[in-house]
Design a protein around this ligand. Structure first.
Ligand code: SF4
Ligand code: SF4
Length: 425
């Protein structure tokens, strides 16, 4: 392929966004329609929504219906002692009767009850299916006097995420802003995002590492999904309140032949949401947090965290909003052919900020400070929201048990002490 064709092939990586998305209004609880904040940049428009009762035995029918409609279903399942998101074909692959114990540097599954979605969040987030850990940008072969483009990115296929938690839905909305909301958009993310159906499962349990409420990201999703399930297990009856939040969700719901919920069933589902909202979660004081972090850039506490931090980058890999990547060329051993690959990277790697013969953040202190300050502070200036949804994964999967809520609280306490000292002087 000559240069002109090569340029045409990579043009999508240079184009600005021209996508439009079908906007929706979601209903929560008993027929209450609400305008959602559109996560892909479209204006809110009312769409008829419907609620239905799905018996637990009919989960298979939901999965089969999604598959018949051409969606590859990805959902929670147990692998190697952990809940992960992977391809599923039947409801018996869901983590029935498993709940997770999460704490700083600690994760265990244990048996309890019969819920299909009794855990809080899976180990890794949905971002691996929207922005894969390793994505080919193009492959090329050198001919005598030209460069032949032999392949572009892998094509996107229809995928349904079954079991998206409200915080994860918020994280997808954040990544939508990052990848699609600016002047330059990401064609790989855009293609995958447009081919994705979101089936939320509302939270009935707020785990000890969750702080979604503090970040305004949970524990209940009221908009931005195609379908939402509330799992009900009361007085020996196991069923789901199923709610459509988009035209696509309505279409799936219409195929299921399910009945409308009774007023008592709607009320019971509302009570689940209220009980979850009443659970405290991990505390994080967010007021003026961005200002606090900016003013604390020279605080000695960063050195104390750096003493514990291994700079392993686990926190960024499990985080549903972190998006740093690097691009590398992988050459064939014999030469002549090359693949340009984008792979996940981490701001905890010294190479990540290496430019012009030097690393911008050479110390672990600088790297941890950059990460925390970006997630909870400067992200707002960049994208208009925090870069954290309070899912707690970075706390659970930090091998050193470092907890960003505790580090933010330590900086706030130090600032208050200093204010008092100044006031007394
Ligand atoms: S904070 Fe924890 S997970 Fe993150 S880089 Fe440091 S040691 Fe690794
Ligand atoms: S920073 Fe931590 S708690 Fe916040 S979204 Fe990322 S992994 Fe979740």
């Amino acid at each position: 392929m000559a240069v002109a064709a090569f340029v045409a092939a990579i043009l999508p990586f240079l184009k600005t966004s021209s996508i439009t998305h079908a906007p929706v209004v979601a209903a929560v609880g008993a027929r209450r329609g609400r305008e959602r904040e559109p996560c892909m940049g479209a204006g809110p428009v009312a769409v008829e929504t419907r609620q239905a009762v799905l018996e637990v035995a009919d989960l298979d029918r939901l999965i089969a219906t999604l598959r018949e409609a051409g969606w590859d279903v990805l959902g929670p399942t147990v692998r190697d002692g952990a809940v992960v998101y992977d391809r599923i074909e039947r409801a018996d692959e869901l983590p029935a009767g498993w709940i997770d114990e999460q704490a700083p540097g600690h994760y265990r599954l244990r048996r309890e009850g019969e819920r299909r979605f009794g855990y809080t969040v899976g180990v890794t987030s949905w971002k691996r299916f929207l922005s894969p850990p390793r994505a080919r940008l193009f492959a090329a072969r050198r001919e005598a006097r030209s460069l032949e483009l032999t392949a572009g990115p892998e094509p996107a296929t229809k995928q349904a995420f079954l079991g998206v938690r409200p915080c994860e839905l918020a994280a997808i909305a954040i990544q939508d802003r990052v990848f699609l909301g600016g002047a330059w958009t990401d064609p790989i993310y855009r293609a995958r995002r447009e081919a994705t159906l979101l089936v939320v499962v509302q939270c009935g349990r707020v785990g000890p590492t969750c702080f979604c409420a503090a970040m305004g990201a949970g524990p209940h999703a009221s908009a931005g999904f195609d379908l939402a399930l509330t799992e009900m297990l009361e007085e020996g009856r196991h069923w789901f309140l199923l709610e459509a939040g988009s035209a696509r969700g309505e279409q799936i719901l219409a195929r299921l032949e399910v009945r409308e919920p009774a007023a008592t069933e709607r009320a019971a589902a509302e009570a689940v949401a209220q009980r979850a909202a009443a659970q405290p979660g991990r505390p994080l004081e967010t007021e003026h947090l961005a200002t606090l972090l900016r003013r604390s850039s020279d605080h000695p506490h960063w050195s104390e965290v750096a003493r514990r931090c291994l700079a392993c980058g686990n926190c960024t890999q499990v985080c549903p909003t972190c998006f740093c990547t690097s691009v590398e060329d992988v050459e064939a051993l014999g030469g002549g052919a090359v693949e340009r690959v984008r792979r996940w990277d981490t701001c905890f790697s010294p190479d990540f900020s290496y430019i012009h013969g030097g690393c911008i953040r050479p110390s672990v202190r600088a790297r941890y400070r950059h990460w925390l300050t970006h997630k909870l502070g400067t992200w707002r200036e960049q994208f208009g929201t925090a870069g954290c949804v309070g899912c707690g994964r970075c706390i659970t999967w930090c091998p050193a048990g470092i907890d960003l809520t505790e580090e933010a609280a330590a900086l706030r306490s130090a600032a208050r002490r200093e204010e008092r000292t100044h006031a007394d002087a």
